[in-house]
Design a protein around this ligand. Structure first.
Ligand SMILES: Nc1ncnc2c1ncn2[C@@H]1O[C@H](COP(=O)(O)OP(=O)(O)O)[C@@H](O)[C@H]1O
Ligand SMILES: CC(=O)N[C@@H](CCC(=O)OP(=O)(O)O)C(=O)O
Length: 291
């Protein structure tokens, strides 16, 4: 009996959050580190189906950097990164498009459908959402660096996304954009997720990663910051406490907050139901970044 009452109280705790977030958009970004853990992906997709079922409007944006690198290795191409972006020649673009669209998006949509959700992949082979332009980077000496077919998202097809979400369908968006002439561009998935969040003016942007959140000491999970402001994040980058792959993630997060997104969460994908706990409970398991 006690157990049944405890379960009922968990539902009641969730009720206020469910009412608060009904009809609101949330963008969830999945990256290579998460996609490598099938059990974590399954649990996360269950959370997303739950969110859609209680009236939230989840949008999935995903990368798959590890899978692209391994497909390149199979083709005998050595991956090369410049400032966290993959140098993308025509063959690399072909491989990245195939891996992201035909392998990863298709699989995510299939799993969501097996969980009785309606889901659809939105990309250059179906209906495209991400509109990009070639990314122009400069090195420390101020010289232009050519990354090949690498882009940044400058706009999205918002009407399409709103229409898809309003029918209760979960959109799954791989990080390949089309430029205005219809050419494909390879986009860093963290920045693609932030661009979608910005344009949709979402309630929340959630980054799933392989770490409990932002840590002040990488060797000590208990150093996780559960709540941090954008100003403090900028200081942590300047102090090099935030480094490596976390830098583009938090920079994308800061861009989204600047553009009006209310909260960004970084949560550990390997912790079962971390997304639901972060959104629908008082616990909060990762890091939330606020303006
Ligand atoms: N202060 C920090 N807190 C948490 N992670 C950090 C920090 N500084 C650097 N990192 C690194 O950033 C990594 C997450 O970025 P990345 O590997 O690119 O994630 P993903 O593949 O999920 O997009 C962590 O595994 C960690 O090694
Ligand atoms: C331009 C660029 O670097 N694109 C990324 C796109 C995938 C991605 O970002 O995947 P993660 O989320 O797993 O890092 C790449 O080719 O790896």
């Amino acid at each position: 009996m006690q157990e049944a009452i405890r379960k009922a109280s968990v539902l009641i705790e969730a009720l206020s959050w469910i009412q608060r977030f009904k009809g609101r958009y949330v963008v969830v970004k999945l990256g290579g580190s998460t996609l490598d853990q099938p059990e974590a992906v399954d649990s996360l997709l269950t959370d997303i189906v739950f969110m859609a079922s209680v009236g939230m409007r989840p949008v999935i944006v995903h990368g798959g950097g590890k899978a692209i690198s391994s497909a390149m290795a199979d083709a005998g191409i050595e991956p090369r990164f410049v400032e966290g972006r993959r140098f993308t020649d025509p063959e690399t673009l072909r491989i990245a498009s195939t891996v992201l669209v035909e392998t990863i998006s298709t699989k995510i949509v299939e799993v969501l459908r097996l969980k009785n959700a309606t889901a659809t992949g939105l990309h250059f082979q179906s209906e495209n959402v991400l509109i990009g332009e070639k990314l122009k980077l400069q090195n420390a000496a101020g010289e232009a660096v050519d990354l090949g077919h690498v882009g940044r998202v400058v706009d999205i097809d918002k009407d399409l996304l709103v229409r898809i979400c309003s029918t209760g369908t979960i959109p799954v968006i791989p990080s390949i954009a089309l430029d205005r002439e219809g050419h494909r561009l390879n986009v860093n998935a963290d920045t693609a997720a932030a661009a979608v969040a910005r344009e949709l003016n979402v309630e929340k942007l959630v980054f799933l990663s392989d770490i409990p959140g932002i840590l002040t000491d990488l060797n000590d999970p208990s150093s996780r910051l559960s709540h941090v402001t954008a100003g403090r994040v900028r200081q942590l980058i300047a102090d090099e406490i935030i480094a490596g792959g976390m830098v583009p993630k938090v920079e994308a997060a800061l861009d989204a907050l600047d553009a009006g997104v209310r909260k960004v969460h970084i949560v550990d994908a390997s912790m079962p139901h971390s997304v639901l706990l972060e959104i629908y409970s008082d616990v909060g398991v990762g890091t939330e970044i606020v303006p």
